[in-house]
Design a binder for this molecule. Structure first.
Ligand SMILES: [Zn+2]
Length: 427
């Protein structure tokens, strides 16, 4: 199968200065990227004048909800949502039901994903058995079965001895440990950020210290044990400062934030309701600005969606009782373009690092995250002029998007995964 994308603005700093190029994909790989490529015989041609071409996005944090009851999402609908968002590789979290803590379940899931999911799906395995935080899983066997990372996401592995042993063993396996840094004793019954909005709404708040205390402790563990630690969903200014100092001291740590934390604040919560309820919660404007600063200066390495689908009936329970989590795959690129690139906070090249090459590096995906010849033909073609209101229907089985009713600029018009077109925008 051959595909020629013509006259796209290729956004990959690995190619050198940004310019308009043609890209030829053959048999699932990028074979040439240059100006004025003549299409070989039998080659499909896409006219990409005025469009921006990125390496397919790599999302290091999604919840596929399979195994589960399938009401919120499954591997097929997740793949469709990812493809619609230009996401060609994603890392599925293990907090499913049952949790992914055994080699047999992991192997089964990987086989199911190959059958059902339109994009490349990788799996993180649980750090502890049943994600209960009491005994480590068989990390070595899980690694042999194909685990791309280890995490108890949704929960915080607070036991320092276990966590440090996990860091050491995962390091020997070449896999990163992903940590949801949250001190649940601080979170308590909180549902939104602790501050003026929680007080006005009369809702229990979540102090930023729930994140920063856990993060401090995790960084201290990394200093003691070594290893490779990735911090999930940073939400506040103080965390950015902690990360910046840790990196300056040479600690091998990376971090992600999510589109909602760079686009929205707690002030949006009263109007948005439970569709803006997630963990950690939306914070204040100063936090949002600090996160953007961290993305721009290299402190934060990537934007991941934490795509967390929930059925409408669950989200209808309101801010106090609805489950935490929002969907994000379909709006990832548009949210980042609208809130990071178009206002001039970061360049297109930096966006490529944040959405493609850095997460590919975290997961050790050597043939993904770049448009260089020889890489997998994973591509996202974007129309930077398309402006629209986000609204259902979504490709995801769930509709709990925090961007519903909001305008975004930048639309994914074509997604290619290993040479196959997996999404084409309806005009
Ligand atoms: Zn989490």
């Amino acid at each position: 199968m051959k595909l020629l994308i013509r006259r796209a603005l290729a956004a990959d700093p690995a190619l050198g200065p940004e310019k308009v190029r043609d890209l030829l994909a053959e048999n699932g790989r990028i074979t040439r990227i240059a100006a004025g490529i003549t299409p070989p015989r039998g080659c499909a041609v896409v006219d990409a004048r005025g469009l921006w071409l990125f390496p397919g996005f790599v999302d290091a944090h999604v919840h596929a909800r399979e195994p589960g009851d399938g009401k919120a999402e499954d591997l097929r609908s997740l793949g469709r949502a990812a493809a619609a968002g230009g996401v060609t590789s994603a890392l599925a979290m293990p907090n499913t039901s049952p949790p992914c803590d055994s080699p047999s379940l992991l192997k089964d899931l990987r086989a199911r994903a190959r059958r059902k999911c339109a994009v490349n799906l990788f799996f993180a395995a649980a750090l502890t058995r049943g994600r209960a935080g009491r005994a480590l899983t068989g990390l070595e066997k899980l690694s042999a079965a194909g685990a791309a990372a280890f995490t108890d996401d949704g929960g915080w592995l607070s036991d320092r001895d276990l966590f440090e042993e996990a860091l050491r063993r995962a390091w020997d396996l070449g896999a990163p440990v992903l940590q949801h840094s949250e001190d649940f004793s601080v979170t308590g019954p909180g549902v939104v950020n602790l501050g003026p909005v929680s007080r006005r709404l009369g809702l229990p708040g979540i102090d930023r210290r729930a994140e920063t205390l856990a993060l401090r402790s995790d960084l201290a563990s990394l200093r003691r044990a070594g290893g490779r630690l990735h911090i999930q969903h940073l939400s506040c200014a103080a965390s950015v400062g902690l990360l910046r100092r840790a990196k300056a001291a040479g600690l091998p740590v990376t971090a992600e934030t999510c589109p909602h934390y760079i686009a929205l604040t707690e002030n949006d919560v009263p109007a948005g309701g439970a569709d803006l309820k997630m963990k950690p919660p939306l914070r204040a404007e100063a936090d949002r600005r600090a996160l953007i600063g961290g993305l721009a200066d290299g402190t934060i390495d990537m934007v991941a969606t934490d795509h967390a689908p929930h059925p409408a009936a669950e989200k209808a329970k309101g801010l106090l009782r609805a489950p935490f989590g929002v969907i994000g795959l379909e709006t990832l690129a548009a949210a980042c373009l609208t809130h990071l690139v178009f206002p001039g906070h970061i360049s297109r090249a930096r966006l490529t690092q944040l959405l493609s090459s850095n997460p590919a590096g975290l997961l050790g995906l050597r043939t993904k995250g770049s448009l260089l010849p020889g890489m997998d033909a994973d591509l996202a073609l974007i129309d930077p002029t398309a402006e629209y209101e986000v609204k259902p229907p979504f490709f995801s089985r769930s509709e709990n998007s925090p961007f519903k009713g909001r305008r975004l600029r930048g639309a994914v018009v074509l997604t290619v995964s290993e040479g196959r077109v997996v999404h084409r925008r309806r005009r």
